[in-house]
Design a protein around this ligand. Structure first.
Ligand code: HEM
Length: 125
């Protein structure tokens, strides 16, 4: 069955599923990064965060963040999706995310960008 086959493959072509949300990224140096690996980067000098199943290295952004660095550090090495969404960030903030993108969670650790994942309005492409 096509769906079970793709569930074992972290690099799924978005076209196979009826979803407006892209299931995988496509950028130079794309990496699959586990939540465990993200958790190793939880300091002010080495800070990764997960938002909508994608992994961002926001170390250089900490001091630039309009909301302050302390709120970001609360989610250093962790999933900050709910906090990011809860603030109601602007389109510009959503657009800024891609500057810090370094990879994506493996399919089995995702909540959104997977077949039958949670469907929410406003998830970036
Ligand atoms: C890397 C991810 C993030 C980016 C790129 C980002 C970007 C931004 C930007 C551009 C703003 C200015 C307002 C806007 O345009 O919406 C902002 C404000 C803010 N952000 Fe973030 N943000 C990120 C993550 C977070 C997280 C995880 C939190 C956790 C609570 C947070 C909390 C806030 C707060 C409290 C403000 C101030 C809102 C205000 O004063 O109106 N941000 N952020």
């Amino acid at each position: 069955m096509a769906q079970s086959k793709t569930l074992t493959n972290p690099k799924i072509a978005p076209i196979r599923f009826k979803s407006r949300i892209k299931l995988s990224t496509s950028f130079p140096g794309e990496r699959i990064i586990t939540l465990e690996e993200v958790s190793w980067h939880d300091t002010i000098s080495d800070c990764w965060i997960v938002i909508y199943d994608r992994v961002y290295d926001i170390t250089d952004f900490l001091k630039e963040h309009p909301g302050g660095h302390d709120v970001l550090l609360d989610y250093a090495g962790r999933d900050g999706t709910c906090a990011f969404r809860g603030v109601g960030h602007s389109k510009a903030a959503h657009g800024a995310l891609k500057e810090f993108l370094i990879g994506e969670l493996p399919m089995e650790e995702r909540l959104f960008r997977k077949p039958s994942g949670l469907k929410l309005i406003g998830i970036p492409d």
